[in-house]
Design a binder for this molecule. Structure first.
Ligand code: NAD
Ligand code: UD1
Length: 337
């Protein structure tokens, strides 16, 4: 297939590009490089020994997107592009609604105009909020409680309405849990700009000496060791889930929702200790106050993805932290080095 990856130069997109190229698909990446480096794509080509097409541009430029869809004979779109920092979204919500929601509307208009009606969308476990009870099932109520999460809910609703209105659409909503790790080569990985918001990139930067210590956000939660529990999954497993979802849509119309997670949770301290094992020495840390908005514990019920896609996360927490560390150690300054 000819596949367009919006936001394909980013963390999850670049790993998905590797899996797609290795499966024999042709890949076109549209990315404005607002949160990525083109170097990631050069390394995707290096890893796979195959070439891809890169178009630098904004998904809000509908004419450009239509041209890309037509010129490359695109069969399916995997839609990663968007802004993803929860804290920032509470400060500049209009930017989040503009890029994430209006950007998706513009993309969908371009797809409709060019008769491309297969889309795999990057949603998030963050849509569940506090109404759901772990393990989260796809049918549980959604209740996102920050602007970033609400953009994901809005986009899910838009895609559901579009699919209901015209049965030619084939739509997958993938609710990712907590993607971590890197390609086992250590050549591509997550390269956050500024201070990392997420746990594993922060630990990695402490381990490599870019930050002084990890602050554990609270150890008085109602969990086995008092720290929050999340469902961390390896980014290569996640990438594989996209290819399976795309293959499924080739035979199935309509709108489909799948959780992508391992189905088990790990605490902040478990992640830290696993990372210490990978690095081979202790990582400085201290316990601080809770982070506002954090939920004590959640993880996926990913059995629907197993039933429909034959997908199951295969990699352990130790593989995630070892691969993440290999990438960070070999690229202490990310792609900038
Ligand atoms: P990322 O920031 O690394 O990738 C997003 C890419 O989109 C970047 O390369 C960025 O340059 C590009 N982009 C942003 N705005 C654009 C625009 N207007 N036009 C074209 N390109 C644009 O993020 P990621 O971690 O790879 O996440 C990919 C998707 O998965 C996002 O939609 C994110 O919300 C979602 N998601 C991520 C996580 C996670 O923990 N990483 C969890 C759940 C969901
Ligand atoms: C965050 C986002 C969520 C997003 C998810 C995956 C918030 C409130 N939620 O969730 O919308 O879908 O990332 O990208 O930001 N932690 C520390 N110290 C740190 C960083 C994190 O102790 O320096 C703890 C957190 O309190 C949490 C756990 O580590 O308990 C994981 O944090 P994080 O990686 O930010 O993921 P989520 O909180 O699950």
């Amino acid at each position: 297939m000819d596949v367009l990856l919006t936001g394909g130069a980013g963390y999850i997109g670049s790993h998905t590009a590797v899996v797609l190229l290795e499966a024999g698909h042709r890949v076109v990446v549209l990315d404005d490089l607002s949160n990525a480096s083109q170097e990631s794509l050069r390394r995707v080509e290096e890893i796979t020994g195959r070439s891809l097409t890169f178009v630098r541009g904004d998904m809000l430029d509908q004419a450009l997107v239509e041209r890309v869809l037509r010129e490359h004979g695109i069969d399916a779109v995997i839609h990663f592009a968007g802004k993803k920092a929860v804290g920032e979204s509470t400060r500049v919500p209009l930017d989040y609604y503009s890029v994430n929601v209006a950007g998706t509307l513009s993309l969908l208009r371009a797809m409709q105009a060019t008769d491309v009606r297969t889309i795999v969308f990057s949603s998030s476990a963050t849509v569940y909020g506090e109404l759901a009870v772990a393990p989260y099932l796809e049918k549980m109520p959604r209740d996102a409680f920050n602007p970033y999460g609400r953009t994901k809910e809005h986009i899910e609703d838009i895609l559901t309405d579009v699919g209901a209105a015209d049965d030619r659409w084939r739509i997958a909503l993938l609710r990712y849990f907590n993607p971590v790790g890197a390609h086992p080569s250590g050549r591509i990985g997550e390269d956050p700009q500024g201070i990392p918001n997420n746990l594993v990139p922060f630990i990695a930067q402490v381990a490599v000496g870019r930050r002084e210590k990890l602050v554990v956000f609270g150890d008085d939660y109602d969990t086995p060791d008092g720290t929050c529990v999340r469902d961390y999954l390896h980014v290569m497993d996640l990438a594989d889930g996209h290819v399976r979802a795309m293959d499924y849509l080739a035979d199935h119309g309509g709108v489909h929702i799948w959780n992508l997670g391992t189905g088990r949770g790990h605490s902040v301290l478990e992640v830290l200790h696993s990372f210490e094992k990978a690095v081979g020495r202790p990582i400085p840390h201290e316990v601080g106050p809770r982070r506002p908005g954090d939920i004590a514990a959640f993880w996926a019920d990913a059995s629907q993805a197993l039933t429909d896609l034959g997908w199951v996360a295969t990699k352990s927490l130790d593989e995630m932290t070892a691969d993440h560390w290999r990438w960070q150690q070999q690229n202490p300054d990310g792609f900038a080095a």
